[in-house]
Design a protein around this ligand. Structure first.
Ligand code: NAD
Length: 239
C-alpha cells in the first residue's frame, strides 16, 4: 500500500514496487490520478482523504508493505502560519501514518514479515524557515518510525524513513512561488539558493531515485536495517 501514490514520489514507488512483483494499493485523495496510477500498474485504486481518520478503516488491512508517503507543504512564517493548515498537515502526515500502522501491523505480525517505509524528508532531520507545519510533522514521523521499528523487530517487521532533499514533483513546483514571496527573492533564486543551496549535488532528485531506495528497503538484503533514516539528499545533511 502506497499513500499519495497518484503523483510524484508515491507514484514512482508504486511503479517500482509493482515492477518488483507487488500488487499495489494506490491510495490518494485525487480520484483521477489514483485511477490512472493504479491502471498503469495493474494495482487497485482507493480514493480516500487521509485527513479523515475515520475513513482509514475502509482501507485494506492485509498489506505486507506500507509506504507512508502522502503529504503537502505550506510555506509561511510562524506568526502568519494558519492554525488550520498546521493541524491538517499533522493529520495527513502524522496521524494517518499512525492509524495505518495500527490497521496493517496485525497482518504483518501474523505473517512474521512486514516492511514500513516512511517517506520523511531532510526536513525530518533539519529545519528550514517558514515550514513550521511540515518540519514538525516530519520530525514526528521520524519518532513514529523508530517506535514501529522497536515494536516490529520481534515480528519480522522493519520500519525506516527515507529522507529526500528537493525532488522535482508537483509539490515542489507549487512552492517555488510561495518561497519566492516568503524570502523576497525571484523564482530562479529559490531553486538555486533556497532549494539547492545546501545540497552538494546541484540538481533536484528524480522521484525514481527515492523509489529505488524504497524498493531496496523491502528487498532481501535489508532485513537488518530498521529504525534508520536514509538521506537521499545530495550531501545536504553531511555539511
Ligand atoms: P506530490 O504533491 O507530487 O504528491 C503527493 C500526493 O499526496 C498527491 O497525489 C496528493 O493528492 C496526495 N495527498 C495529499 N493530501 C492527501 C490526503 N489528505 N489524502 C490522501 N492523499 C493525499 O508530492 P511529492 O513531492 O511526491 O511528495 C510525496 C511525499 O514526499 C510527501 O510526504 C513529501 O513531504 C515527501 N517529500 C517530498 C520532497 C520533494 O522535494 N518533492 C522532498 C522530501 C520529502
Amino acid at each position: 500500500m502506497v499513500t499519495g501514490a497518484g503523483s510524484g514520489i508515491g507514484r514512482a514507488c508504486a511503479v517500482a514496487l509493482a515492477a518488483a512483483g507487488a500488487l499495489v494499493h494506490v491510495v490518494d485523495l485525487d480520484g483521477e490520478s489514483a485511477a490512472a496510477a493504479a491502471e498503469a500498474i495493474g494495482g487497485r485504486a482507493h480514493v480516500v482523504d487521509l485527513a479523515r481518520g475515520e475513513l482509514i478503516g475502509e482501507l485494506p488491512a492485509e498489506v505486507d508493505i506500507l509506504v507512508n508517503n502522502a503529504g503537502f507543504q505550506h510555506v509561511a512564517p510562524l506568526t502568519e502560519f494558519p492554525p488550520d493548515r498546521f493541524e491538517l498537515i499533522q493529520k495527513v502526515m502524522v496521524q494517518a501514518p499512525f492509524l495505518l500502522l495500527r490497521r496493517t501491523l496485525p497482518h504483518m505480525y501474523a505473517h512474521g514479515w512486514g516492511r514500513i517505509v516512511n517517506i520523511s524528508s531532510v526536513h525530518g532531520l533539519r529545519a528550514s524557515a517558514f515550514k513550521a507545519g511540515y518540519v514538525t510533522a516530519k520530525h514526528a514521523l521520524e519518532g513514529l518510525s523508530k517506535v514501529a521499528a522497536l515494536e516490529g523487530a520481534s515480528h519480522g517487521v522493519t520500519s525506516n524513513c527515507v529522507n529526500p532533499g528537493y525532488v522535482r514533483t508537483p509539490l515542489v513546483e507549487a512552492q517555488i512561488e510561495a518561497q519566492a514571496a516568503a524570502h523576497g527573492i525571484d523564482a530562479d533564486q529559490v531553486v538555486s539558493d533556497v532549494m539547492l543551496g545546501r545540497s552538494a549535488i546541484k540538481r533536484m532528485i528524480r522521484p525514481e531515485e527515492v523509489a529505488a531506495v524504497t524498493v531496496w528497503l523491502c528487498g532481501p538484503h535489508t532485513g537488518y536495517i530498521t529504525g534508520a533514516s536514509i538521506p537521499v539528499d545530495g550531501g545536504w545533511t553531511a555539511a
